[in-house]
Design a protein around this ligand. Structure first.
Ligand code: ADE
Length: 248
């Protein structure tokens, strides 16, 4: 998988991606990351890539030609079926199913807008799919691109140490993860649930399943409503919720 980011702030993308798990994945060649400085395609000595809005209004818009030339240069170095995305608050909101879909692509070109955004015509010409990281407005697409790179890269083979680790995590099947604990066993009067210290694998698996469902019900009732749970599972869940209440 190769990801190329078209941006006015390549150092921002590189700095974020160079840390932690994505940094190690890049060093190990699990995926490749390129950045393209859109300003290098300005076509003028000042590196100016933006101009005022037709129809009036405040702010500046990124112009077509620098974005187009930057995209052509990236496209040349990409597999033919790479997907081109523009980070925008208008886009399809990024969720785990979109992340999984993008992780299966052979390449991604991420276009980051700044100022008021990008001239619509170049996005049309590219056929860029808009992706948003949430219903709020950022000052530019770079943080969105960094989020997308993080979420996509952790789905690639060999990026996380143990494949089962990510399969069990939140949102992988529309539910949240169970609560988790590490040493010490007793911290400032708060103890780790007894079952997790029991060494009884079947009871632990059952506790994790039910606790994940309880977390989903508490924090994301919208996700919980979409789960198809049978009566037996619901009974065990109510019992588990009762135990959780007694814990506190
Ligand atoms: N650029 C500005 N706001 C954004 C958002 N919410 N998601 C992705 N890119 C953006």
């Amino acid at each position: 998988m190769k990801i190329t980011v078209l941006t006015l702030f390549p150092e921002l993308i590189r700095t974020i991606a160079a840390s932690s798990i994505t940094g190690r994945a890049l060093a190990d060649g699990r995926f490749a990351l390129e950045t393209v400085q859109i300003r290098d395609f300005a076509g003028n000595r000042y590196g100016k890539v933006d101009d005022s809005l037709y129809g009036g209004g405040t702010g500046l818009l990124m112009q077509c030609e620098p974005v187009w030339q930057a995209w052509l240069s990236a496209k040349e170095q990409m597999p033919a079926d790479a997907r081109s995305l523009v980070l925008s608050p208008k886009g399809r909101v990024l969720d785990q199913s979109l992340v999984d879909e993008l992780a299966a692509a052979p390449g991604l070109i991420l276009i980051c807008g700044h100022y008021e955004g990008i001239d619509e015509r170049v996005l049309e010409a590219i056929g860029a799919e808009a992706v948003s990281i949430g219903d709020y407005v950022l000052t530019g697409g770079e943080l969105g691109a960094a989020v997308l790179i993080d979420a996509v890269s952790r789905q690639l083979p060999g990026v996380l140490p143990d494949e089962s680790a990510w399969r069990e995590e939140s949102h992988m099947d529309g539910r949240l993860e169970c609560r988790q604990y590490t040493k010490p066993e007793l911290w400032r009067g708060r103890s780790v649930p007894e079952v997790l210290r029991s060494g009884h694998h079947a009871r632990i698996a059952e506790w994790r399943l039910l606790d994940g469902l309880a977390e989903t019900l508490e924090y994301r009732p919208d996700l919980f409503a979409g789960l198809d749970l049978d009566e037996d599972c619901l009974c065990r869940l109510w019992e588990h919720i009762g135990e959780r209440r007694r814990e506190t």
